[in-house]
Design a protein around this ligand. Structure first.
Ligand SMILES: [Zn+2]
Length: 86
């Protein structure tokens, strides 16, 4: 599987739209954002549609543009709570 960035938000926030090339296994996700990360005044949301990566959205609460990408060590991953299904 190869995911590539195909579009960049023109506002300067750094949000990218992605395309998955070739045949790929599809993830089973109940939510369109199965994982996100939070930092100081910033959120990073990974969107999945029909089981494939579609975008990485950067949400920040400041006015700086272009916005520098946050460093991974400055983000805390957040996973939605899971319910065990038997
Ligand atoms: Zn933007």
């Amino acid at each position: 599987m190869l995911a590539e960035a195909v579009a960049l938000c023109e506002c300067g926030c750094g949000t990218i739209r992605m395309r998955v090339a070739g045949k790929s296994a599809r993830a089973t996700c109940r939510e369109p954002v199965p994982i996100e990360a939070h930092g100081a005044g910033i959120q990073v949301l990974l969107f999945v549609r029909r089981g494939l990566l579609t975008s990485l959205e950067i949400v920040d609460y400041g006015d700086a543009r272009p916005l520098a990408y946050p460093l991974p060590e400055n983000l805390n991953l957040w996973l939605p709570p899971m319910v065990q299904i038997d």
